[in-house]
Design a protein around this ligand. Sequence first.
Ligand SMILES: Nc1ncnc2c1ncn2[C@@H]1O[C@H](COP(=O)(O)OP(=O)(O)OP(=O)(O)O)[C@@H](O)[C@H]1O
Length: 209
Amino acid sequence: MSLSVELRGVTKTYGPVRALVGVNARFEGGRVSVIEGANGSGKSTLLSILGTLARPTLGEVDHGALGKTNAEVRAVLGWVGHETLAYGDLSGRENVMLAAKLRGIEAERGWREACERFDLASFGDRPIRTYSRGQRQRIAVAKALVHAPSLVLLDEPTAGLDARSTERLERVVREEAKRGAVVILVTHDPAFARVGDVHVRLERGRVVS
Ligand SMILES: Nc1ncnc2c1ncn2[C@@H]1O[C@H](COP(=O)(O)OP(=O)(O)OP(=O)(O)O)[C@@H](O)[C@H]1O
């Protein structure tokens, strides 16, 4: 069954601020969708609503076969937000293995695959608190994808990445879509945005294309 997420008339307000206004959009599995727009246009808010991490003030979100309840959707969610959540005293390897275990994946296999995919071997055994920003980001993405999630939501995933890591991430993002996942990302990087099959542009909380 093909996967999708659909928003119908989604509005999100924070007090007097209208972060999203009547958004209708459908995101299909097997494609990479890129959300674009200026600072404050509502991109992160949209991603949080798609990931069940925020609730719309008005309107509906239909996750279809991804799940009916928030818990069901979160079980198949791979999320990278602005803060890279990781245990600083544990190594990258331990962080990825823990994420794998929590998701019911065999930890060693989870690490091996992540290590190959994101080239983590050279720093994987050091504590995360000693990492550079880009190294942290690579671990964050590796952790998010360790369970082959069906819904992949990435908020500025190239933050801190060098050209080589950005290219690697582009390949990974395509692979995730190829296996059928709904992949939606936010980026300010025009070169990386070309990974998108579909582009959704927000202006002051409204979809303009
Ligand atoms: N928790 C919050 N409380 C109050 N206002 C908020 C909150 N979160 C977001 N906003 C406001 O909602 C609007 C949309 O914010 P959002 O973070 O979705 O924008 P964005 O397009 O992701 O921006 P950026 O490109 O800067 O990351 C902004 O005006 C922001 O100030």
